[in-house]
Design a binder for this molecule. Sequence first.
Ligand SMILES: [Zn+2]
Ligand SMILES: [Zn+2]
Length: 301
Amino acid sequence: MTRLATINEQGNWYRGNTHAHSQVSDGEYAPEMLVQAYKDLGYDFLAITDHRTYGCYESLSDDNFLVLPGVELDVRVPGQEAICHHVVGLGLPGQNKLTHGQRITYPENTNVRQMTAYLRANGNLCIYAHPNWSHVYPEHMVDIPGLVAMEIFNNTCEVHTTAGSSDTWYDRMLWSGQQIWCVACDDTHQHQPDLGGGFIRVKAEHLNHASIMEAILAGSFHASQGPLIDQFHVENGEACITCSACCSIGLLADSHPGMALNDASCSMTEGSFTLRGTERYVRVVVKDSTGKKAWSQPIWL
Ligand SMILES: [Zn+2]
Ligand SMILES: [Zn+2]
């Protein structure tokens, strides 16, 4: 049997935040300050995704830090569907048609499908933002075409309302057969301490726009609040993971409730699970001694 994995075998690890606001919309920091704050946290990349105003900050990128182009769009919707839908767009190299400072306007009755279609038509990949905070019913997420990822954890939603975790929404998407990646992010606005709580760790060839976006599209990354997942693969009916020291490793799938390994000393750095053979996909969730989680991408079997 072949070895299946989404994380590239070759490459380097880069830590980044895919969702952040600056003074350009309702954040507190100027874009330059925001970039400096993430450099100080040891991050390698950041997307500045102000509400309805596109940001391209190539001049703030250097050899050791990459600023990705992006935006966050939102629509209000009837209560039976959600309170609202928010979608983050990240510009793809050579495809992005949106320009720095461009205000994106659309009619009040625009729906989430039209909003994501607009972003995709303009060369942006779409990440569904904070479904728990938006009170979206899972059935209204599964039929949005073209979502590359959804936020399984959004730190500012956690800090402001404790509604930052969307694990259940993610499972529902996957159970429905939707092949979508998961990200953790800050969505920082800097009004409260909301930096550095959620990130993705991407394994890519280089720290540049093309390489990072290619790795995100391919699922060569994991989401985290702190713990690190160094490898996760399936081979010969076994799912194997290596990670930073943790207390539990859970394996989740569609066709059964899942399984977990626990270590009271919280020093577990690897684990393996024998699959039942009924799974359409498997994913793992790691928890460390401080309760922080990391989430792998699903491996589709
Ligand atoms: Zn939002
Ligand atoms: Zn936001």
